[in-house]
Write a protein that binds this ligand. Structure first.
Ligand code: HAM
Length: 416
């Protein structure tokens, strides 16, 4: 019987994993340098966790199943709700602010295509505790700096869901209808939106996008709308911090995000050229979610990179990831040299990648193998050299070789 992998999942061969590890490390270094610390939550959770406040969009696409005791569980579709649950179960006595990050697979039963998978990875952060604009700016700057460091070209779009909600409150639109309006905007279904509301101000607001003059237009549009104006001034404060941090952004007051828990600043990062799945990052402030699970009024803000889309963007923009190379393949010239070769291999491994022939191959075959795997050196271990406590190091890039004292090999390979 031939069994294939499930639709929407992928296998990752070593080359791809090494590229992914490089990118993961590069981004996590940015997180860690701001004192974010890694956590892990379970791969499956109670389905209710995500049905409470994550929104219809997520609930529709969840992998839900019953375990043998009849519990309704699901594979996690996102991690923010899990982190809030973890906060209330495990971390409620921690000093605030709590800076957390995670890198783990998420599962959504969506129609697979390039950039959209049923199993995909989130590399995300959650900053728990602070309420102010400085915290929003810190989180946005993490996303921005991480992508800049990788050399990517992208557009950061910033908005504030409180402006639209505030405007709808000011216009007397009831909460249930507000949810439907937001769902239409999220799906970009303007026709349906027109059927459920006919407030020109809403259409004007969600059309406010761009690099310049947007705040001024919003100021004019929202004149007399008290709640919306309050949210707008919150957004202005965040933008002030972003300007101070030299972060380039476009405003987009039509960002609503697919998840329901956002309450204030929201942002997305897009990479031009990735087609329909060009959003590589999404996040925002969610000040009521922790309260929902714990009763504690703790505000929070965060984002997640769609890690697979970041990888696709790097490929699209032809950004080279440094090649990982084997430093040396150890080649005993004959079977009687194998023990000595093994001893030398073990002595070299500290910080170096050393490959030892375990196929019992002849020297010419080992050389061929080392060339094929693109190793830097072959270390030939033979009895004549050994009498002088030496071995022969062949540089596979230049073809040159030299005899080197075994005690000096490690130093030599390190500096090369
Ligand atoms: P999200 O926008 O649903 O937000 O997901 C974050 C990112 O994951 C998206 O911007 C996208 O790049 C990527 N993504 C989503 N679905 C797929 C898919 N099927 N295949 C590949 N990549 C995908 C969240 O999940 C929030 N928890 C983010 C957050 C953290 N907000 C606050 N803290």
């Amino acid at each position: 019987m031939k069994v294939k992998k499930p639709r929407g999942t992928r296998d990752f061969p070593p080359d791809e994993i090494e590229d992914r590890e490089y990118v993961e490390d590069s981004i996590e270094e940015v997180f860690r340098s701001h004192n974010y610390r890694r956590i892990q939550t379970p791969t499956f959770e109670h389905a209710d966790l995500f049905q409470l406040k994550s929104g219809e969009e997520i609930a529709e696409h969840m992998y839900v199943f019953e375990d043998k005791s009849g519990r309704r569980l699901c594979l996690r579709p996102e991690a923010t709700a899990s982190v809030c649950r973890m906060y209330s179960e495990e971390l409620r006595d921690s000093r605030l602010p709590l800076r957390l990050y995670y890198f783990c697979p998420m599962f959504r039963y969506e129609r697979p295509q390039k950039g959209r998978y049923r199993e995909f990875w989130h590399l995300g952060v959650e900053l728990i505790g602070p309420k102010g604009p400085e915290a929003d700016a810190e989180v946005i700057s993490l996303a921005y700096d991480s992508l800049k460091k990788l050399g990517l070209e992208f557009t950061l779009e910033v908005g504030h869901i409180g402006i639209l909600r505030g405007l709808m409150d000011d216009l007397g639109i009831e909460e249930k209808l507000q949810g439907r309006v937001i769902a239409c905007i999220d799906k970009d279904d303007i026709e349906q939106l027109k059927e459920i509301v006919d407030e020109k101000a809403i259409f004007d607001l969600i059309g406010l996008k761009g690099m310049t003059g947007i705040i001024q237009k919003a100021d004019e549009l929202l004149r007399g709308h008290k709640k919306a104006r309050e949210a707008l001034s919150e957004l202005k404060e965040v933008l002030g911090w972003l300007d101070y941090m030299n972060i380039e952004y476009a405003l987009n007051l039509g960002i609503v995000r697919g998840l329901e828990y956002y309450t204030a600043v929201v942002f997305e990062v897009r990479v031009h050229g990735l087609g329909a799945q060009n959003q590589v990052c999404g996040g925002g402030r969610y000040d009521n979610l922790i309260e929902l699970f714990s009763g504690l009024k703790i505000p929070a803000v965060g984002f997640a990179f769609g890690f697979d889309r970041v990888m696709n963007a790097l490929e699209l923009q032809e950004i080279k990831i440094p090649e990982r190379r084997v430093d040396a393949v150890i080649a005993p010239v004959n079977a009687s040299m194998r023990e000595d070769a093994l001893r030398i291999a073990s002595s070299l491994r500290d910080g170096l990648i050393i490959d030892m022939d375990v196929m019992n191959r002849k020297l010419d075959k080992i050389l061929q193998y080392a060339g094929d795997i693109h190793a830097r050196y072959v270390l030939i271990v033979g009895s004549e050299d050994l009498k002088e406590e030496k071995a022969t190091l062949r540089d596979l890039d230049t073809g040159k070789q030299e005899k080197i004292k075994i005690t000096e090999l490690k130093e030599k390979l390190r500096e090369l």
